[in-house]
Each structure stands twice: as structure tokens, then as C-alpha cells.
Design a binder for this molecule. Structure first.
Ligand code: PMT
Length: 416
């Protein structure tokens, strides 16, 4: 156990779950950590399995749960010492009174306690127990011992407890824990700012049952929204039709067409400091939408399309405009076309991605070329969650430079 803080956001988190009713919250915690791009290996104590099944954690983490020091097959695949080395952070949530006592004693009587002893990674602990158990001198002495050894304590929170009592002992909310783990990297870079972002495709109706759309899944825009939230921004996410969960703490407005997205974005940007257009908005929309289903009557059908509103250019043209960031989806001459969009739409910054059959659209990973007047930065292929964090670090840097050009910039981790 070396340090309390984290030098940068951990990508490999070993999540220890001990026995207590708050174990169900650990399932949500897995989602919150993965949403931020972390790999999560869950290790359960015997007590934890009385509350939640390993299958739940396996499904959410995408990795088989480890729960037994003596499991030969699991040890063959990755021994416990390797697992202890693999972790960049060991997070125990919830940590029961018993587990805290065993950690304070330095016991190695199950897999989780053994891993905590064997790891060189920081250890963070989120206690959860009845308020009398928490305030008991024995528990307080154990907690003090752990803190003195460099273990970071998260909470507990006060409030209503599962046992019906009210007081200190509730496990911190999963979102608060995840935000704290990842806060260091983005360092409050957008603290206090309102950021509006569009994401996903639009659907332009042809008739009551058909529409023109594209392959955007919304993953890139949702990842950027989550990263902006982690950087301290208040985030409004205007989303086309996608099947993604809203990042916690983000306000979402659902729309379908380019016209609806235009109106929702303009309603949201009135007090916005930044706007990011990550949506794949239709350039053209049917000139008219048939009121009845179009019949299969002739061999050939001609559609008449008209220009859809350019949301990004219209935001950039506002008299009191937010710092305006576009995306550019290009199949050829990426930098040339993106620079041309940056200038023509009068943007502050643009993120270009090369798109194609197996690139950018509806994928878990992406690469970006970030351009602004007089500058550029290449972000290599990586998960959209990781990419979004690097991208937001750059956006924050450029925003501060544009708003306060004379103030020396504090370096933001992850901006390369
Ligand atoms: O959603 P994913 O599956 O994760 O895929 C991510 C993505 C590839 C969709 C994303 O990274 C991306 O590139 N988004 C922008 C797609 C796009 O419409 O690019 P464009 O080059 O056609 O448009 C340039 C900019 O103008 C974009 O910021 C776009 O939002 C904006 N625009 C375009 C048309 C229009 N009518 N209004 C606009 O605001």
C-alpha cells in the first residue's frame, strides 16, 4: 500500500465486494467504472455471495468473478499474485466491519484479503455497515489503522440505513465513488461550466413508417458527455435515437429529426459556455413526408430532398456564442476537409475522424485528429471512453486559452 491519491485514472480496477446489503450497489458501481473506460475484475468474499450472485457481476464486468484462493483453474489462468500486480487500483466497496477488521489485522484468510496484502496498487475502501457498528471503538480503531497505512476511505455517508436506522454508515453512492476515482485525471478542467453536446443520428421521415438515417450509435458523443461531466461541467446531452443509457448526472433531451435537434440545441445553448456537435445530423431531409405509407407502384422511386438546418454553423453564428466545437466525419483527405469545415463554419475546434465500413461509426473505439486555428493534435485509436477524456482535456485547454489568453495554462493530464 503506497499512496492514497491516484496519479492518473486507473484503467484496471480490482473491485472487492464484501458481505452486506450494500453489495447490490457494487453492481451499479461496476457499470459506472466501465462507462469511464476501466476494466473491472470483481473479487467477492463468501459473505458477498449471500447478497448478490457472481453471475450478476460477471455479466456487468464481462469477466469471470474470482472468489476462491484455492480455485485451481482460476489460479492457473491468472494466479492471485499476478492479479494483485494487474490491478492499478484495489477498491473495496462495500467494505463490511468484518472485512475492515481483517484488513487491519493483515489477515490473508480469503482471496480478497490476500490480494490487498499482495498488491502494490493504492487501496481504497468504501465502508458500509450499521451506524453502531461504524461508530464502535473497535471499527474506528481498525479504520484508523488502515488510514495510517495509506488506505483511502470513501465515506461512509449518513442517511437511512437498510436496518431502518438513520445515521453514518451508508456506502457512498456508486456515481460519487466513480467520480472521485476519475476526478484526478481531468482535474475539474470544466468546473462550473455548462456544456451542451449533441450525439447519435437523426431520423428524417419519408412516410409514417420509413426514415433516412445513418449508422451513428451515439457512443462517441455519450462518452464525451460523460468525460465532460467528470471534468466538472454541467452537461446537457441532446440525443438522437440511440439505445444507450444516459451517463449519470447528465441531463438528456431526446429528439429524432434534424429540425428537432436544431430546436433542442438552441434552447439549451442560451446559457452554455461550450457546444460540441458530435451528432451525425442529416445534411438533407425529405422535402415532404408522405402522410400514408408510400406504395410500391413503379419500378423506380425518386425522392426529393432539401437541406436540413446546419445546427453547428448556426450555433457558431450566434451573437453570444459558446465555445463551438464540431466533429468531421471524412472518408478521404481527412485533415484538408476538416480544416475547411473549421474555417467555413467558424468553429473554435474540430475533431476529425476517418469513417468507413469498420471505422468510427457504431464501434467501441475510435481515433481523432483534433484541429484548431494554428494547432493540431492526433489522438490514437483507443476506446471511445479513453479517447473522450483526452479530447475533453484538449477542449478545456483550448477553451481556457480562448477565454483567458494571457493566463498561463496549467497542464491537464491526458492531453498529451
Ligand atoms: O455515434 P458513433 O457510432 O459513436 O459514431 C461517432 C461519429 C462518427 C458519428 C462521430 O465521431 C462524428 O464524427 N460525428 C459527426 C458526424 C457528422 O455529421 O460529420 P459531418 O462531417 O457530416 O458534419 C460536420 C459537423 O457538422 C458535425 O459536428 C455535425 O454534428 C455538424 N452538422 C452536420 C449537419 C447538420 N445538418 N448539422 C450539423 O450540426
Amino acid at each position: 500500500m503506497t499512496e492514497i491519491g491516484l496519479p492518473s485514472a486507473p484503467r484496471r480496477i480490482l473491485l472487492g465486494v464484501s458481505g452486506g446489503i450494500a453489495a447490490y450497489k457494487a453492481a451499479e458501481l461496476v457499470r459506472r467504472l466501465r462507462e469511464r473506460g476501466a476494466e473491472v475484475q470483481v473479487v467477492m468474499t463468501a459473505g458477498a455471495k449471500q447478497f448478490v450472485t457472481p453471475l450478476t457481476f460477471q455479466a456487468l464486468s464481462g469477466r469471470a468473478v474470482r472468489d476462491d484462493l484455492w480455485d485451481e483453474a482460476a489460479e492457473d489462468a491468472m494466479g492471485h499474485i499476478e492479479l494483485a500486480r494487474w490491478a492499478e487500483l484495489v477498491l473495496v466497496a462495500p467494505a463490511s466491519a468484518d472485512l475492515i477488521a481483517r484488513l487491519a489485522m493483515g489477515r490473508a484468510d480469503d482471496l480478497l484479503t490476500t490480494l490487498v496484502l499482495a498488491t502494490a496498487a493504492p487501496v481504497w475502501v468504501a465502508p458500509a455497515m450499521n451506524r453502531f457498528m461504524w461508530s464502535n471503538e473497535a471499527t474506528q480503531a481498525n479504520v484508523a489503522t488502515l488510514a495510517a497505512r495509506g488506505v483511502k476511505l470513501l465515506g461512509p455517508d449518513a442517511g437511512e440505513q437498510a436496518c431502518g436506522e438513520v445515521g453514518l454508515g451508508r456506502m457512498q453512492e456508486p456515481e460519487a465513488i466513480a467520480a472521485e476515482i476519475f476526478a484526478s485525471e481531468l482535474n475539474g478542467a470544466l468546473h462550473g461550466l455548462h456544456l451542451v453536446i449533441s450525439a447519435g443520428p437523426t431520423r428524417e421521415p419519408l412516410d409514417p413508417v420509413r426514415f433516412i438515417s445513418n449508422r451513428s450509435s451515439g457512443k462517441m458523443g455519450f462518452a464525451v458527455a460523460a468525460a465532460a461531466r467528470d471534468a466538472g461541467a454541467r452537461v446537457t446531452l441532446v440525443s438522437g435515437p440511440v439505445s444507450l443509457a444516459t451517463p449519470a448526472g447528465v441531463t438528456r433531451v431526446d429528439v429524432e429529426t434534424a429540425e428537432q435537434m436544431y430546436r433542442a440545441v438552441h434552447a439549451a445553448v442560451t446559457d452554455a459556455d461550450l457546444y460540441i456537435g458530435a451528432a451525425a445530423v442529416a445534411d438533407y431531409t425529405p422535402a415532404r413526408c408522405a402522410t400514408q405509407k408510400i406504395k410500391k407502384s413503379s419500378e423506380c422511386l425518386e425522392l426529393s430532398l432539401q437541406r436540413a438546418p446546419d445546427i453547428l454553423a448556426s450555433v457558431a453564428a450566434l451573437e453570444r456564442r459558446p465555445f463551438t466545437v464540431g466533429f468531421a466525419a471524412e472518408t478521404t483527405d481527412v485533415e484538408k476537409h476538416a480544416r475547411e469545415k473549421l474555417a467555413r463554419k467558424r468553429l473554435d475546434l474540430i475533431a476529425a475522424n476517418e469513417v468507413g465500413a469498420d471505422r468510427a461509426f457504431d464501434r467501441e473505439d475510435n481515433a481523432l485528429l483534433v484541429l484548431w486555428p494554428g494547432g493540431r493534435r492526433e489522438l490514437e485509436l483507443k476506446s471511445k471512453a479513453d479517447l473522450a477524456r483526452e479530447f475533453i482535456a484538449i477542449v478545456a485547454e483550448r477553451y481556457r486559452e480562448a477565454r483567458h489568453p494571457s493566463v498561463a495554462l496549467a497542464p491537464v493530464a491526458g492531453s498529451g
